[in-house]
Design a protein around this ligand. Structure first.
Ligand SMILES: Nc1ncnc2c1ncn2[C@@H]1O[C@H](COP(=O)(O)OP(=O)(O)O)[C@@H](O)[C@H]1O
Ligand SMILES: [Mg+2]
Length: 249
């Protein structure tokens, strides 16, 4: 039996998603330590930091692919640190990847169908249309996935996630490989999802300027640690952030 996203009432001020004191070793080396934050409903949290800072590794812990060496991940008051990726997906946590990989053997319609049938109970064509409309995905159902550009692939994957009506979206560099007009559109879509649909979003990005318009708050990571957090304009000129971005890399 697959549970839909739970409707348990939370106090308005309680975070919907949080983590504390996360650390992780990879290849015998500590790649994350002391990571923690709270995310409220409808909030967009940006995670920035130079390449190799540990942003993707953090998303792997938050989404359930890695179990941390220490620390805890909490969703709606429940400890989910040891839940697997698919279990978290069923609870309402969605995740996107740096590279938008779709199945090359399928058409757009077949991709939607596979995604609908991966959910229990099966989602309907209306759910698929709803997901597609949210991200303005317009490619026809007989289009082969191989004919989709990067932006359309991203939108197709996002549409397939959104038809499940997740409550938390974990996104790894959603603007990678996009041109400016497309980045503006992604910005608009994410703002609509958070502000009008109350979706909570963690968005990893290594280019600071892309988060200016969209993130309510940011965390800056460098070498596996949080070196600053707060509103972007307040921390952008801090010596630690300048050093991470402009001096050591
Ligand atoms: N599977 C792995 N095994 C060993 N080291 C890894 C692995 N994945 C990532 N790393 C290392 O962990 C650090 C953080 O990587 P990553 O989380 O991908 O950073 P970011 O997403 O910020 O660029 C880097 O030094 C990277 O080389
Ligand atoms: Mg990365």
């Amino acid at each position: 039996m697959v549970a839909a996203a739970p409707e348990t009432a939370l106090p308005v001020t309680a975070p919907i998603f949080s983590c504390e004191n996360l650390s992780l070793d990879l290849g015998g080396r500590e790649v994350l330590s002391g990571i923690g934050f709270d995310l409220k409903a409808g909030e967009v949290l940006g995670i920035i930091g130079p390449n190799g800072a540990g942003k993707t590794s953090l998303l792997e812990i938050l989404s359930g692919r890695y179990v941390p060496k220490s620390g805890k991940v909490t969703y709606r008051g429940r400890d989910i640190t040891r839940l697997k990726l698919f279990e978290r997906a069923r609870l309402g946590i969605g995740r996107t990847y740096q590279t938008p990989i779709v199945c090359d053997d399928l058409t757009v319609g077949e991709t939607f169908k596979a995604a609908r049938q991966a959910y229990r109970p099966y989602l309907t064509r209306f759910d698929a249309e709803y997901g597609a409309a949210l991200v303005h995905f317009t490619a026809s159902h007989d289009t082969p996935n191989t004919g989709l550009k990067t932006f359309e692939r991203r939108k197709l994957l996002l549409a397939n996630l959104l038809m499940r009506k997740p409550q938390v979206l974990l996104m790894d560099e959603p603007a990678a490989g996009l041109i400016n007009a497309e980045i503006d559109e992604i910005d608009q879509i994410l703002r609509m999802l958070s502000k009008e649909m109350n979706l909570s979003v963690v968005i990893v990005e290594h280019r600071i300027e892309l988060l200016e318009s969209i993130a309510d708050r940011v965390i800056v990571m460098d070498a596996g640690e949080m070196i600053a957090q707060g509103e972007l304009e307040d921390i952008i000129d801090s010596p630690a952030v300048r050093a991470a971005y402009f001096e050591t890399h």
